[in-house]
Ligand binder design. Structure first.
Ligand code: GN1
Ligand code: MG
Length: 359
């Protein structure tokens, strides 16, 4: 990660806040794409300052407009409010020599979890995702900028993978052999989700567990963060991504695959949480959910594998083979989820009766 001095960060903040002195900055290291700092004053965290990765998100205006639209609709008593500060020129972000920056309010007493074994956390995650979708259900997906076109398009991701395979070194291919062997079966299994005949809806598109804030005191889910990928999508993307990170009690780059689990109690708790807001899904969408649980870990694994073959140019890595470890771990979880597809389907079916379906 590039280093920024406190003086540089102070100068950036001064575009948003008058007399911004006495701030200290500490890097937040959870995200793999943007660069984030906690802005602390008088020992209390106050803001998050973020440099937007414009290689990944070139259309910052469109992206910030998407976020403004959803934040407005997410004003809800059970949903914590995040506010983005405007610059002194009333802009949503500022471009400096160091890139595009924005600043948002810090939600007090929050905690994020990379993994969980606690069904209450799984239930709360389901609840907050259901509020998000319930509140956004009437939005027109076409009014939203595609901040990353074809983000979860398996056909396109497969083409990128094949390209990487053609241009990588023999050595990398050899090292990645085990991961490469996984791919043909999954492409076959997931074919029904390649071009699903579903209406697009506005989705978060990155609903992994550590993009949900929880209250430190009550463990209640507060809100979703990392809204840069808010754009059109299918509900099974958000469903599958949440499940891949909630139901698996190991991190996404776990090397010891015996630790990778599909925890049924956590899955059931998550479904119960989702049910707390009903009436926004169609029968056709509901049908895609079981396979969605396999789709999301696989497509993430495929992207990580592609990045490994490309020499780690997309995701931040802390060691050379981290993307490969992510791919192997995600494929392993996809395999375990596939083995539970009957259980998943059985758990999802009652949602029909409990009126998750729109009437
Ligand atoms: C990236 O930056 P972060 O960690 O929130 C990625 C997600 C992946 C995730 C893997 C724009 O998100 O799709 O799920 O890494 N975001 C983008 O942990 O590629
Ligand atoms: Mg994040």
């Amino acid at each position: 990660m590039q280093k920024y001095t406190d003086t540089t960060l102070q100068a950036i903040i001064s575009h948003f806040i008058e007399g911004s002195k006495n701030y200290s900055f500490s890097p937040l290291i959870n995200g793999l794409i943007n660069t984030s700092f906690l802005v602390v004053t008088n020992t209390a965290p106050k803001y998050i300052l973020q440099r937007i990765n414009t290689d990944v998100f070139p259309n910052v205006d469109g992206l910030m407009q998407n976020i403004t639209n959803v934040l407005h609709l997410l004003e809800h008593k059970e949903y914590a409010k995040i506010e983005f500060l405007k610059t002194k020129d009333k802009q949503a972000y500022v471009t400096t020599k160091q890139g595009a920056w924005r600043i948002m309010t810090y939600i007090k007493d929050n905690v994020v979890y990379n993994t969980t074994t606690n069904p209450q956390i799984a239930l709360e995650a389901g609840k907050i995702i259901s509020i998000f979708h319930y509140q956004l259900q009437k939005e027109y997906a076409k009014d939203y900028t595609d901040t990353i076109p074809d983000f979860h398009n398996l056909d396109i991701r497969r083409k990128q993978f094949v390209q990487a395979l053609e241009s990588t070194t023999e050595k990398r291919k050899e090292i990645a052999k085990k991961a490469l062997n996984y791919t043909p079966t999954f492409f076959q299994v997931l074919a029904p989700l390649q071009n699903p005949k579903l209406p697009a809806r506005v989705c978060h598109n990155d609903t992994k567990l550590n993009n949900i804030l929880f209250s430190t005191s009550s463990n209640k889910a507060l809100c979703l963060i990392d809204l840069d990928t808010v754009m059109k999508g299918y509900f099974f993307y958000d469903f599958g991504d949440a499940v891949r990170t909630i139901v698996n009690t190991a991190p996404e780059d776990e090397k010891d695959h015996t630790k990778i689990t599909f925890n049924k109690d956590l899955f059931t708790a998550f479904i119960h949480g989702l049910e707390s807001n009903s009436g926004f899904l169609s029968a056709a969408e509901l049908k895609t959910l079981p396979l969605g649980v396999v789709f999301m870990p696989f497509i993430h694994g495929l992207r990580a594998l592609t990045d490994y073959l490309n020499g780690n140019i997309y995701y931040q890595v802390t060691y050379e083979n981290q993307n490969l470890d992510r791919a192997l771990s995600l494929f392993n979880f996809a395999e375990k989820a596939l083995a539970e597809i009957d259980f998943i389907t059985k758990e999802i079916t009652p949602l029909n009766k409990r009126l998750l379906l729109s009437s």
